[in-house]
Design a protein around this ligand. Structure first.
Ligand code: KG4
Ligand code: ZN
Length: 341
């Protein structure tokens, strides 16, 4: 069988990344330039700074990805790019670069949904993984529970009605003054604190609902910090981090296990930046084991944004006949259940 080589490009938020992937699951290179240090100063991603930086970096990152993979532009079979969801200005940089390459090299242009990319990180990490399975996708912009019915075929079982899980981590971290991005900081501090110290709200919504809501929890943490300040009492940052994290993890894990049970698939995969969280992995391991569900995670470097996962999703999109033309545009609010190109 002739192998299919995909060059993938990812610029939806604050990582500029390019990768070369063979036959969907073999990563020949995955070059990631993170802009986090540039945005730290502002406590979050500044869209205009992100776009400008993608413009400056993208060509060099693609060259490096090809060099590391030991292949030339001519040897590539597909050019895959994230076209949404994400920041429109940031998305347009990767998308325009991919269009220019596909047009000049006369190769198929493959449009990839970023959320689908996060799920696909698990195909790279687990060569034998095949649909159907359930997936919990938790990142800075999304919180979804889906049934992956087949490659490129998703049934949304639940999603957040307000803040994404990672967004809640980042906002709470900002209130605690522990820097951006907040997830890794809270993860680290929580290990030193008492998760039962402060009984923060757990929002389960209607009975059997697989949707999430994290804005009430975020407000509860902000109001707790405010009260302590008014009373002049000291805040134990480690306890706040641990108690907040327990509340997030309780809800995420209960609903993820319920989703895996109700969709009758036997396997649950975790995806997205928050999938790097050590407590989330620990509790998911315990709860899935108790129900006889197989639990899979990508390695940490494939949890946060990277182009290898986009190359993997792009490979399967191509096999499903999803090829875009030069009118492909960025779709900042693209969802997982709609193909819009
Ligand atoms: O997937 P990602 O790189 O970007 C989006 O597509 O949004 O996810 C970034 C998010 C941020 O909110 C960050 O705080 C969170 O993932 N994150 C974590 C951890 N590492 C990254 N959240 C909790 N624990 C972590 N260890
Ligand atoms: Zn992401």
């Amino acid at each position: 069988m002739k192998s299919i080589l995909t060059l993938a490009i990812e610029t939806s938020c604050d990582e500029t990344s390019a990768a070369v992937v063979r036959n969907g699951r073999e990563v020949l290179s995955n070059v990631i330039y993170s802009q986090i240090d540039l945005h730290k100063l502002y406590g979050g991603v500044v869209p205009e700074i992100a776009s400008r930086n993608h413009v400056e970096k993208i060509s060099g990152i693609i060259d490096e990805a090809l060099r590391e993979a030991g292949c030339s532009f001519q040897e590539l079979d597909l050019i895959a790019t994230t076209y949404g969801p994400g920041l429109v200005g940031a998305l347009l940089v990767g998308l325009s670069t991919a269009k220019a390459l596909a047009f000049s090299l006369n190769k198929p242009l493959i449009p990839v949904n970023h959320i689908e990319g996060h799920v696909a990180a698990n195909y790279i990490a687990h060569p034998d993984l095949e649909p159907p399975f359930a997936a919990l996708i938790v990142s800075g912009g999304h919180t979804h529970l889906v049934k992956v019915v087949d490659y490129g075929h998703y049934q949304i079982l639940g999603k957040t009605r307000d803040d994404a899980a990672g967004e809640a981590y980042d906002k709470v971290a900002r209130a605690l003054g522990i820097g951006y991005p907040g997830g890794p900081q809270i993860d680290r501090l929580a290990r030193l604190g008492n998760g039962a110290a402060i009984p923060f709200t757990r929002t389960y919504l209607e009975q059997d609902s697989l949707d999430f809501s994290f804005s009430g929890l975020k407000s509860a943490v902000l109001s707790y910090l405010n009260q302590m300040k008014m009373k002049g009492e000291p805040v134990v940052v480690e306890d706040v981090a641990a108690s907040f994290q327990e509340a997030v993890v309780d809800v995420l894990t209960d609903k993820a296990v319920a989703a895996a049970v109700s969709s009758d698939v036997g396997t649950l995969v975790l995806a997205g930046g928050v999938a790097a969280n050590s407590r989330l992995r620990e509790v998911l391991d315990q709860k899935t084991k108790a129900k006889g569900i197989m639990m899979l995670y990508p390695p940490i470097e494939l949890c946060t944004d990277n182009a290898a996962m986009i190359g993997c999703a792009g490979h399967y999109a191509y096999l499903n006949g999803h090829i875009a033309d030069m009118t492909l545009n960025a779709v900042p609010n693209l969802t997982l259940d709609v193909l819009s190109f």
